[in-house]
Design a protein around this ligand. Structure first.
Ligand code: GDP
Ligand code: MG
Length: 441
């Protein structure tokens, strides 16, 4: 794959903004990568479509090809999409006992994940946990949970033969209340495929159990099928989050993207093995990198961006240190100030200048003034901007009139420019300027 990408990127070496063609070519490779990672076809298609709109027209960082830039944009979008915004990564277990319902297909890793989560809550959060298996079809499955419970030092509900899943759920709730437990895990029975009987049973359990969380456990190695599973469970039972298991295997974990896309629910945990501590909270950055499988390119673009910014800051600082601070520089600074929330915003960012913001405002040093100053500079010729010393009285009159302002205001601007140029010179020598410029970029 990287060979194929290499050839595409070789063809796309022109700089500037990303054209539609650049984006389309690169996204074709990205699409292949997503499908190879087992992202379901419709999800891959929708994702690509959304990224295409966002990427077209974006700037290409120096020394990076458009294709590489697109990959970086795709990566960032993937991270953003997988992470969601501000979703808590901890389970909601306030107001005990909190019931957590575990659902999913047979063999997806429900029972194992139940025990892993229980161990985590006990060891890390000091919670008292009760486990209950509702898998009435397979006595061995109930034993399995009890054995794991013993292994991790967590109580499990005594097994009573002949009960239905709903009956066990009721008994478990009562026991959790009476026993003073913080968390109750209900490990449901799975089926090999989605079927009505399974869904009806899980619904009935849900209605009795009133779970705080309903976690869908999905095998990270399943691809296309994961979408159907997630759609069904979310529609019929309603899930609050997803656990992706077998991420220790060779699979690229495209199911994560599919799950997120079809349910809109966060991926909460990732299973990384059979052992009881092989569970991690979900990290979008890591999983995105794995799905896309283009970590080198992403790192390369990030590095290029950093280098570019450092070079830019260096160049500006050097100019200023030499006293090269003309009206174009001032205009750029003024515009930058406007962009960054005006005077107040800027002063707050510069080291040691926070307190000056109020004084400056009081002295009429505000955003309206910034706009007037920009208008004055716009009214100057190219030559005048490059060399403000040219500004004799007649020129001043013309410039002020052009901006619809007084000559007095222009004089204030010139005085300020002089002061700033001197300050820049001093700061540039100290290296403080480079810091300030970098912060502004
Ligand atoms: P259930 O039918 O959904 O309850 O699935 P189980 O919890 O019984 O798991 C089925 C098999 O998958 C077991 O052999 C587990 O040890 C294994 N398993 C579960 N999670 C993981 C994981 O994250 N990685 C690996 N490699 N195996 C896992
Ligand atoms: Mg099980």
């Amino acid at each position: 794959l990287s060979e194929r990408l290499g050839s595409v990127f070789d063809r796309l070496t022109k700089q500037g903004a990303l054209s539609e063609a650049d984006v389309e070519t690169a996204l074709r490779e990205v699409r292949t990568a997503l499908l190879e990672a087992d992202v379901s076809l419709p999800v891959a298609r929708d994702f690509i479509k959304a990224v295409k709109v966002r990427a077209t027209g974006q700037a290409v960082t120096k020394s990076v090809t458009p294709g590489q830039q697109v990959v970086k944009i795709v990566h960032d979008e993937l991270v953003r999409f997988l992470a969601g915004d501000g979703e808590p990564d901890a389970l909601k277990i306030d107001n005990p006992p909190a019931t957590i319902l575990m659902v999913g297909l047979q063999g997806s890793g429900k029972t194992t994940t139940t025990a892993k989560l229980a161990k985590r809550l006990k060891d890390k959060n000091g919670k008292r946990v009760l486990l209950a298996s509702l898998d009435t079809n397979r006595p061995a499955a109930m034993e399995q949970l009890a054995i794991l419970g013993t292994q991790i030092g967590v109580d499990s509900l005594p097994i009573v033969k002949g009960e239905t899943a709903v009956q066990i759920a009721k008994r478990a709730k009562t026991q959790a209340n009476l026993g003073g437990y913080d968390v109750l895990f209900l490990d449901t029975a799975g089926r090999l495929h989605i079927d009505e009987v399974l869904m009806d049973e899980v619904q009935a359990v849900r209605d009795i159990a009133q779970p705080r969380e309903t976690l869908l456990v999905v095998d990270g190695l399943t691809g296309q099928d994961a979408v159907n599973v997630a759609t069904e469970f979310n529609a019929k039972v309603g899930i609050s989050g997803v656990v992706l298991t077998r991420m220790d295997g060779d699979g690229r974990g495209g199911a994560a993207l599919s799950m997120r896309a079809v349910t809109g629910k966060p991926i909460r945990f990732v299973g990384l093995g059979e052992k009881m501590d092989a569970l991690e909270t979900f990290e979008a950055e890591r999983v995105a990198g794995r799905i896309l499988g283009m970590g080198d390119i992403v790192a390369l673009v990030e590095k290029a961006r950093e280098t570019f910014e450092a070079e830019q800051a260096e160049r500006m600082a050097k100019r200023f240190a030499k006293g090269l601070f003309n009206m174009n520089d001032l205009k750029m600074q003024l515009e930058q100030m406007m962009k960054m929330g005006g005077m107040q915003g800027l002063m707050g960012m510069l080291p040691g200048m926070g307190g000056m913001a109020q004084k400056a405002e009081a002295a009429g040093f505000n955003d309206k003034m910034l706009k007037r100053q920009i208008a004055l500079i716009n009214s100057m010729t190219k030559k005048e901007r490059a060399n403000p010393d040219l500004l004799a009285a007649s020129r001043k009159k013309r410039i002020a009139a052009g901006a619809g302002l007084d000559v007095a205001e222009l004089n204030r601007l010139l005085k300020q420019h002089k002061q700033m140029a001197d300050m820049m010179k001093k700061m540039g020598k100290g290296g403080m300027m480079k810091q300030a410029i970098k912060q502004m970029m």
